[in-house]
Design a protein around this ligand. Structure first.
Ligand code: ATP
Ligand code: MG
Length: 256
């Protein structure tokens, strides 16, 4: 499904990703882990075409995507959530999800805003679809609340619903469980598994090791921009290079 080939990304003098290669098949939950600054979000930003790699190729379902514009990704079947939430605080839950849904409908936001002929029916179906995903993540009681009034756990569910509303084949989740309590994290794990079981491949960046180890079929580990390991949760847990990378990061943090 996805193939990352010798990808390097530099920002001025900073090498965020260095000659990274990996691939995975459809139907899995794949984890991307590594200490802070390892290059995880940068990799997601390239896969979702926020910016291109400095070197290398990214291939999604046999198609090269690394030179495509960002807005080509959702129609191709890639959608994502952001580490720093990107919801519209002055819009309701359902409106936020409809923004995500709009790119799947023929009538874009502008057309709908102008209420041109032919928009009404699609508006209704965009609304119905949005409600379907809101129900799926369990936000149905809050559908008409302003996003700005939601607690963090609900905001993360809202981002998830919006990403799902584009009906992706590949869903990228960047620290979707960050800041969630134990119960919310467990519910998020269950939802991710449900999404995979419904046929969407899920690629997760996550610091919560319990979540990663319990739901991922396969894990890729980055450290300082480089891939240092790849394997099953069991293999990764006992990998000496991975343990050293995480311990090193801990020692550095404590020294600061
Ligand atoms: N847009 C950017 N401009 C300049 N430097 C960047 C940019 N994005 C990332 N970097 C740098 O690239 C490196 C990797 O950052 P990245 O955000 O990918 O790490 P990460 O693994 O997601 O970390 P975290 O776990 O803290 O989210 C860091 O040194 C970061 O400062
Ligand atoms: Mg990050």
């Amino acid at each position: 499904m996805l193939e990352v080939k010798n990808v390097t990304k530099t920002f001025g003098g900073v090498v965020a990703n260095k000659d990274v290669s990996f691939s995975f098949e459809e139907g899995q939950i794949v984890g991307l882990i590594g200490p802070n600054g390892a290059g995880k979000s940068t990799m997601f930003n390239m896969i979702s075409a926020i910016f291109p790699p400095s070197e290398g190729e990214i291939i999604f379902r046999k198609q090269r995507i690394d030179k495509m514009p960002t807005n080509a990704m959702a129609p191709l079947g890639i959608s994502r959530t952001f580490q720093n939430l990107q919801v519209f605080k002055n819009m309701t839950v359902v409106e936020n999800v409809m923004v995500g849904r709009h790119i799947r409908t023929k009538t874009g936001t502008l057309r709908a805003a102008l209420k041109l002929p032919g928009t009404k029916k699609e508006e209704v179906s965009a609304y119905d679809k949005a409600m379907e995903y809101i129900q799926f993540v369990g936000l149905q009681d809050l559908y008409d609340h302003l996003a700005g009034n939601l607690a963090l756990g609900k905001l993360r569910l809202l981002e998830l619903a919006r990403a799902l509303a584009t009906e992706p084949k590949l869903l990228l989740l960047d620290e979707i469980a960050a800041g969630l309590n134990h119960k919310e994290t467990k519910e998020m794990s269950n939802l991710i598994e449900k999404i995979r079981n419904n046929g969407t491949t899920v690629f997760v960046v996550e610091h919560d090791m319990d979540l990663v180890m319990s739901i991922c079929d396969k894990i890729i580990v980055l450290d300082q921009g480089e891939k240092i390991a790849e394997g099953t949760p069991r293999e990764i847990q006992s990998n000496q290079r991975v343990i050293t990378a995480y311990l090193g990061a801990e020692v550095e943090k404590n020294a600061q």
